[in-house]
Design a protein around this ligand. Structure first.
Ligand code: HPA
Length: 266
């Protein structure tokens, strides 16, 4: 960790990010036109190389609406084969750099039958069905407690503010529970039925490890899902990554607008 921080600080000098943003599928270009310092994951000691096509794999240090930010352009997924502790390493790094609020975005399947492809959903809570917890292992008490409370991972006041901003922008917004599966296979219709019975509204393969660790570190978290498709079994059609990317691409203008107005407000 010391080597990681030392390397990053050499690139960004005395720039101190206060907010962190993780860009999910389709939103990756949010940071493309922002002026700032770009640090590639491959060059950072302690970071893994990101493997998913379409993900850039870099940290962008820049200002967004006057707020100093660190943006993750591309994230690590458990299904890529990394140890779960490696997925959340960047979150711990963000904490060490001074980040207080983390915005997490993702693409997700709609489990709730009322959801349509293209909907945006504020995450109110999550269900971890990945089969692992990213805090397993020795605890670093400089970051958080051994048995951290998880009763409000997604901060209510941020959700309320995001809802207000969406209304002002005339963007329809859902709020619901995100269930995380390991992937990389999409779910079966029976699994989606199980998730629905459990109370999930959306399903995806990310976000939960990052949100859990951010909360453990004492950060405020806001999670936004782009519902890119109805989950398996809702409609007779087959699921494809191409469909996920295509839908995310279609709603990215609204998604960006919302994110920017939320950041302006905090
Ligand atoms: N299931 C899991 N992850 C996803 C989905 C889905 O239907 N859509 C986008 N990410």
């Amino acid at each position: 960790m010391n080597k990681t921080i030392e390397y990053i600080k050499k690139q960004i000098k005395d720039f101190q990010p206060e907010i962190g943003i993780i860009l999910g599928s389709g939103l990756g270009d949010f940071a493309d036109n922002l002026q700032g310092v770009r640090v590639r994951y491959n060059d950072i000691p302690g970071f893994e190389t990101s493997t998913v096509a379409g993900h850039k794999g870099q940290l962008v240090f820049c200002e967004v609406e006057g707020k100093k930010a660190v943006i993750m352009q591309g994230r690590y997924h458990y299904y890529e084969g990394y140890h779960i502790s490696r997925i959340v390493y960047p979150i711990k790094v963000m904490k060490k750099l001074g980040v207080k609020t983390l915005f997490i975005t993702n693409a997700a399947g709609g489990v709730n039958k009322r959801y349509n492809a293209g909907d945006l959903m504020l995450i109110t809570d999550h269900i971890n069905l990945m089969g692992v917890n990213p805090l397993i292992g020795e605890n670093d008490s400089s970051l958080g407690d051994r048995f951290p409370d998880m009763s409000e991972i997604y901060k209510k006041s941020l959700i309320d503010m995001a809802k207000k901003k969406a209304k002002e922008l005339n963007i329809q917004i859902r709020q619901g529970i995100y269930a995380a599966m390991s992937g990389p296979s999409y779910e079966t219709p029976a699994e989606i039925n199980m998730l629905r019975i459990m109370g999930a509204d959306a399903v995806g393969m990310s976000t939960v490890p990052e949100a859990l660790v951010a909360n453990y570190c004492g950060m405020d978290v806001l999670g936004i899902s782009c519902i890119t498709n109805s989950a398996a079994g809702v409609h007779p059609s087959r699921l494809s990554h191409a469909e996920v990317v295509e839908t995310a691409e279609k709603v990215k203008t609204d998604f960006k607008k919302l994110l920017i107005s939320i950041i302006r407000e905090i």
